[in-house]
Design a protein around this ligand. Structure first.
Ligand code: R5P
Length: 291
């Protein structure tokens, strides 16, 4: 029974002040549920609307690839500079301290390795994403792969249904097979298909004409970094993507394979959140690297 002493009638009703309509800051997300928006706001900074996700899920198909041999030594020390950590559940549970206080984008499909046909994946149980307190779950879609297209789209569909049940946004990850052309027509198609099938975030690759990919995708797009580039080129890639409408990056190798990963992720963040030009960000990288 609540204490009934000194119950005071409310008097501050703000009469005459209309309640302001709230509008969510991420494109295409206005009509999502509160829990989904709460999770998205942990990933995308509300002050900039952008994100620097640190991707280190590569081992789920590649094993101990360069830079990820020891997650405790390479990733944990730089996690503080990321807005979100993207990894598979086994690495999160074994290597990421639970008090890191960074939102997790859980790699939520698995089933193949670089030794076999890629993308023949199944999705994880949404309950494990809930147990891990994931802020999002990522599922790959192999558009244009005649063997795996339908299966991976079904994976995305299933995960969106499950995520919607519990307020967990799903990120559609556009795969690129060897025979697929890396152009805006392909990435525009694949990104749009992810969104049409319910993804709240899309991860794809930067390409010529990228502004058409972002314009025709109704939800935020983040770009993967791809193979390791010289630092200036990786910063140019991030800058071009942001200028062409990306809502951030989900970058892996260009951070953890850099000579100075901590400096690199901070330089990328300066491009994404502060709009530093690539050369300015490279100067920042050099300064931090040599500090
Ligand atoms: C994509 O499916 C991979 O799992 C990585 O998360 C993604 O490619 C981003 O990493 P990177 O910047 O190294 O390409």
């Amino acid at each position: 029974m609540a204490d009934r002493d000194d119950i005071r009638d409310g008097s501050n009703f703000g009469l005459g002040k209309p309640v302001e309509n709230q509008s969510f800051y991420l494109k295409g997300c206005d009509n999502l549920d509160w829990g989904v928006k709460d999770r998205l706001s942990r990933i995308f900074r509300p002050d900039t609307g952008k994100t620097v996700m640190l991707a280190f899920d590569h081992g789920f198909i590649m094993g101990p690839t360069s830079g990820l041999e020891r997650i405790d030594l390479s990733i944990v020390p730089i996690a503080e500079y990321a807005d979100c950590l993207m990894a598979a559940r086994g690495i999160i549970r074994t290597c990421i301290p639970p008090n890191t206080q960074k939102p997790i984008c859980l790699r939520a499909d698995a089933g193949t390795s670089i030794l076999t046909d890629l993308n023949n994946n199944v999705v994880l149980d949404i309950e494990d994403a809930i147990r891990l307190n994931a802020s999002a779950a990522a599922v790959m879609v192999a558009v244009g792969d005649s063997a795996m297209e339908a299966k991976t789209i079904a994976n995305l569909y299933k995960m969106v249904d499950a995520g919607t049940r519990y307020g967990i946004p799903i990120m559609g990850v556009t795969a690129v097979g060897k025979e697929m052309t890396r152009d805006s027509r392909y990435f525009g198609l694949a990104s749009r298909m992810c969104a049409e099938n319910g993804a709240s975030i899309v991860k794809t690759y930067y390409c010529e004409g990228f502004e058409k990919v972002t314009a025709s995708c109704p939800v935020p797009i983040v770009i993967a970094g791809g193979k390791k580039l010289p630092e200036l080129e990786a910063l140019e890639l991030a800058s071009n993507a942001i200028n062409d409408g990306a809502a951030g990056v989900d970058m892996g190798r260009n951070v953890f394979q850099s000579d100075a990963p901590a400096a690199m992720i901070q330089a990328v963040a300066a491009v994404v959140h502060e709009g530093l030009k690539p050369q300015e960000a490279l100067d920042l990288f050099e300064t931090l690297k040599n500090a």
